[in-house]
Ligand binder design. Structure first.
Ligand code: ACO
Length: 270
């Protein structure tokens, strides 16, 4: 995307990292901040259009209020802005392959865009690699906010990432993601405790309403019954009331039987 030379000069390097504090001003916006604003808003708008998004997710206004990092790449001659990559941490509830729920705060890929005229020329790889090094993170330990098919193809090609467990939100976390024992969500413990007693045989996917926004997510080759749900609507953590009560009753009966046998043995007259 073309910008006047003085606007472009706000980006010192071929790949520059913009942080929210770079845009904060007290006594009026500086020339550099004005230039950054023009670049961010134009690239954010182009990204949203390329992804068919209803709202623009990268604007100077939103970025200033965030803790995100925005990587911006120029072409080799430093004459155009070619692409952007926005990352930031988010608290997420994620479910791993075996159904255990974790509460994690991974670095997330929030917006990624390379100008249409420059796609498939290696710019995406260049900016992505710079981000990995700068943020000190491996691609398999990132969470991806509703990646497009092009992005999925990119991740498969360069990092062999393809298989993921469908999540109760818009994020894709690949099977290779390294969950930490400490991150196990407490709600998961509650769910586990309920399992030996209840007769909850309903697959979780059937208890989670589908999330409209997720329908365009590419389906993982390994996940044949991919279904997605909004976090607020998920029933993952709540034990079914009926079976929970039944489980409680079973425990009480067992305890009574145990006490009776301790007192009277197996005398049939008692
Ligand atoms: N169709 C399919 N795959 C594509 C396409 C395309 N039009 N463009 C790039 N790719 C993938 C392919 O794997 C391609 O390898 P190939 O050419 O051998 O098939 C690889 O990316 C090329 O790698 P780069 O040249 O390094 O990537 P590029 O500079 O094209 O950037 C990006 C990749 C950012 C996904 C770019 O294609 C783009 O901006 N797409 C439109 C917007 C988009 O979908 N962004 C991701 C949104 S999801 C999110 O932000 C979390």
């Amino acid at each position: 995307m073309e910008f006047p030379v003085d606007v472009l000069s706000a980006l010192p390097d071929t790949i520059s990292v913009i942080k929210p504090r770079d845009l904060v001003f007290v006594r009026g916006e500086s020339e550099k901040q004005k230039s950054l604003r023009l670049i961010i808003d134009a690239m954010g708008e182009a990204s949203a259009a390329a992804q068919d998004l209803k709202t623009i997710i990268t604007t100077t206004h939103k970025f200033k209020e965030s803790k995100h990092h925005l990587y911006v790449i120029k072409d080799q001659q430093n004459t155009y802005v070619v692409g952007i990559l926005k990352v930031g941490r988010k608290k997420l509830f994620l479910v791993e392959e075996e159904g255990i729920q974790y509460e994690v705060e991974p670095l997330c890929i929030l917006d990624f865009y390379v100008h249409e005229n420059c796609q498939r020329l290696g710019y995406g790889k260049k900016i992505f690699e710079t981000m990995l090094e700068n943020e000190n993170v491996e691609p398999h330990n990132l969470a991806y906010d509703r990646p497009s098919e092009k992005f999925m193809s990119f991740l498969k090609k360069y990092y062999n990432l393809a298989n993921y467990t469908p999540q109760p939100n818009n994020f894709v976390v690949f099977r290779e993601y390294e969950f930490q024992e400490l991150d196990k969500s407490p709600s998961k413990a509650a769910r586990r405790l309920s399992q030996p007693y209840d007769d909850c045989t309903t697959p979780r996917s059937r208890t989670m309403p589908r999330h409209g926004r997720c329908s365009s997510l590419p389906v993982s080759p390994q996940s044949t019954s991919a279904s997605y749900a909004s976090v607020s609507a998920t029933t993952l953590t709540a034990p079914p009331t009926e079976s929970y009560i039944q489980a409680k009753r079973n425990i009480i009966n067992l305890n009574q039987e145990y006490r009776r046998q301790m007192l009277y043995g197996s005398n049939p007259l008692v």
